[in-house]
Ligand binder design. Structure first.
Ligand code: NAD
Length: 474
C-alpha cells in the first residue's frame, strides 16, 4: 500500500493535488507520495511563519526551551516507528537509523538549554551600552537526504530557540520521517512556527528568493550552496551553508593496527559512506601501510551489504539512483585507469536496489578522481605517505575543508598535525563525533558559517546595540 503523506502548514496537515513518489532504495518500490508544493503553498507557509513570528519572537527563553523539549520528547516516544520509517526511505541499517533518531532528540534537548545572553560593552557614569541578540525573522531551511531527520532538526531547533519561525523543505528523496514528526508535533508547537513543505528541487530556489524569508540555512552539496548564495544575494538574506567535504584521515606509524582498522572502516562506510564528514581519503604511513590495509580489508569481509531493514546488514544501499550512478562512475574510472582494488569494485547491475559493494582501493594516485572528488559512497581509497610535511600538504590540497582525523598514540603530535589541517573540525583518535555545544562548519568551499553551540545560534539573530547616555542633558 502506498501512503499519502501531508505537509505541515500553519498547524494543519495539508495535501496537494500534485504529488511526488518516494522510493525505498533497498528495492526501488514506491512506498509513499508527498505533496509537490509550488509557489502557492510556499506563500501560505511563509505567511503563516510571518504571522507566528510576531508572537513567537516575544516568548521568553523558558517558553522556547519548553517547546523544544516537548519536540524532543515526542521524537523519543515515537522512536521505534520513526527509525523503521527512516530505514525504509533512506536505506541505512536499522541500528544507524536508531542512532540518527536518538541523536536528533538528544541534540534538540541539549540545544534547548542554550541561551544568547546580553553583553555589556560599557557601563560607567557616561554611558550604558549593551549588545542583545534579536531573531532574524522567518527562516528557510533546506536539507539533504543522507541524515534527513538530524539535519531537519539541526535547523528547526536553533530557529525556535533564537525566536525565529521556519519553513523547512526536506529532500524530495527522504521527506517521510520528517513529515511524520511534523504530524506528531503539530499540537506541540504553536501554529505557524514550524512549517514543513515538500517538493522537487525546483522548490528550493523559490525559497531562496522569497522576499518574506530573512535567512536561509542549508545543508547539501557545494554546487547547490553556491546557487543559494547567489539567490540570497538579491535581498541580502543571512545564510548558513553546510556543504560537501573530502575529509582526510592520517594514520601515523605508531597507531595500533588492529584497533584502528575497525574504526577507520566505519569512519568511511557508516551510512554507506554518505556522510559529509566521512573519511574519504585515508593516508597511512608507509611503515604500517601493508599491515593496516590488510587489516581493513579483512575486517570488511565480515560486513554485509544489503537491505537495512534486515538483521545483520552493516552497509545499506545508496540512497538514490543519481548518487548510485555517480559512485558507479567513480568505480569505473578507477578500473579504467588500472587502479588496484583490495576489496570490491564490481557492481552487480542486475536485481533491484541501489547496492554498491564495499570497495577499497590500494594506493591510487593523488590525482585519481576517487581521491580528488567527494565520492559520497562505500568506496575507500588508501594511500601511502612518508613524511608528516608531505601528508599535511596532500590533506590540505583540496577546495573542501570540512573535517579530518589523525590517528596516533602520541596525542601531542596528533594535535600538532590537527592544527595544521585546513578544516573546521579535526578529530584525534576518533571520528564523526559532533557536539551540540561546539560549532560545526566548513573552511574553504565546505561552507559558510556554523551550526550548533552558541556560535550556531547566533546565526539566527542580528546583534542590536542599545546605548543610554547617562550624563545627557534631558
Ligand atoms: P543537494 O545539494 O543536491 O540537495 C540538498 C537540498 O537542496 C535538497 O533538499 C534539494 O531539493 C535542494 N536543492 C536542490 N537544488 C536547489 C537549488 N537550486 N536551490 C535551493 N535548493 C536546492 O545535496 P544532496 O545530494 O541532497 O546531499 C549530498 C551533499 O550534501 C554532499 O555533498 C554532502 O557532503 C553534503 N552534506 C553536507 C553536510 C554538512 O553538514 N556539511 C551534511 C550532509 C550532507
Amino acid at each position: 500500500m502506498v501512503d499519502a503523506y501531508k505537509n505541515l502548514i500553519d498547524g494543519e496537515m495539508v495535501g496537494t493535488a500534485a504529488t511526488l513518489d518516494v522510493i525505498n532504495p533497498a528495492n526501488e518500490q514506491v512506498i509513499a507520495t508527498v505533496p509537490a508544493c509550488g509557489k502557492e503553498e510556499l506563500d501560505r507557509a511563509v505567511a503563516a511563519a510571518r504571522r507566528a513570528f510576531k508572537t513567537w519572537r516575544k516568548t521568553t527563553p523558558e517558553e522556547r526551551t519548553k517547546v523544544v523539549q516537548a519536540i524532543a520528547g515526542v521524537i523519543k516516544d515515537n522512536a521505534d516507528e520513526l527509525y523503521r520509517l527512516l530505514t525504509t526511505e533512506q536505506g541505512k541499517p536499522h541500528i544507524q537509523a536508531q542512532q540518527e533518531i536518538m541523536m536528533t532528540t538528544a541534540f534538540a534537548s541539549a540545544q534547548s538549554t542554550l541561551t544568547l545572553d546580553d553583553v555589556i560593552n560599557q557601563d560607567d557614569d557616561v554611558r550604558l551600552s549593551r549588545t542583545r541578540r534579536v531573531p532574524v525573522g522567518v527562516v528557510g531551511g533546506i536539507v539533504p537526504w543522507n541524515f534527513p531527520v538530524a539535519m531537519a532538526f539541526q535547523k528547526i531547533v536553533p530557529a525556535l530557540i533564537s525566536g525565529c519561525t521556519i519553513v523547512l523543505k526536506p529532500s524530495p528523496f527522504t521527506p517521510l520521517t520528517t513529515l511524520r514528526i511534523g504530524e506528531l508535533i503539530k499540537d506541540v508547537v504553536p501554529a505557524g512556527t514550524v512549517n514543513i513543505i515538500t517538493g522537487e528541487d525546483s522548490l528550493g530556489p523559490l525559497i531562496t528568493s522569497h522576499p518574506d524569508i530573512n535567512k536561509i540555512t542549508f545543508t547539501g552539496s557545494t554546487a547547490t550552496g553556491k546557487k543559494i548564495m547567489e539567490g540570497a544575494s538579491a535581498d541580502l538574506k543571512r545564510i548558513t551553508l553546510e556543504l560537501g567535504g573530502n575529509d582526510a584521515s592520517i594514520v601515523l606509524p605508531d597507531a595500533d593496527v588492529e584497533k584502528v582498522a575497525e574504526q577507520l572502516f566505519w569512519s568511511s562506510f557508516s551510512n554507506a559512506g554518505q556522510i559529509c564528514v566521512a573519511a574519504k581519503r585515508i593516508y597511512i604511513h608507509e611503515d604500517i601501510y601493508d599491515d593496516l590495509s590488510k587489516a581493513i580489508a579483512d575486517y570488511s569481509k565480515n560486513v554485509a551489504v544489503g537491505d537495512g531493514s534486515q538483521q545483520g546488514t552493516g552497509v545499506g544501499p545508496i540512497q538514490n539512483k543519481k548518487q548510485f550512478d555517480r559512485v558507479c562512475e567513480l568505480i569505473q574510472d578507477a578500473k579504467d585507469n588500472g587502479y588496484k582494488f583490495l576489496v570490491g569494485g564490481d557492481v552487480d547491475p542486475s536485481g533491484s536496489g541501489y547496492y554498491v559493494p564495499i570497495s577499497i582501493l590500494d594506493n591510487p594516485p593523488e590525482d585519481a578522481r576517487i581521491v580528488a572528488e567527494e565520492q559520497f559512497g562505500p568506496v575507500m581509497p588508501l594511500m601511502k605517505f612518508s613524511t608528516i610535511d608531505e601528508v599535511i600538504e596532500r590533506a590540505n590540497n583540496s577546495d573542501y575543508g570540512l573535517a579530518g582525523a589523525v590517528w596516533t598514540k602520541d596525542t601531542e603530535k596528533g594535535v600538532e598535525i590537527a592544527e595544521q589541517l585546513e578544516t573546521g573540525t579535526v578529530w584525534v583518535n576518533e571520528f564523526l563525533n559532533l557536539s551540540p555545544f561546539a560549532p560545526f562548519g566548513g573552511h574553504k568551499q565546505s561552507g559558510f558559517g556554523a551550526e550548533y553551540g552558541v556560535e550556531g545560534l547566533k546565526e539566527f539573530t542580528y546583534s542590536q546595540v542599545i546605548t543610554v547616555k547617562r550624563d545627557a542633558l534631558v
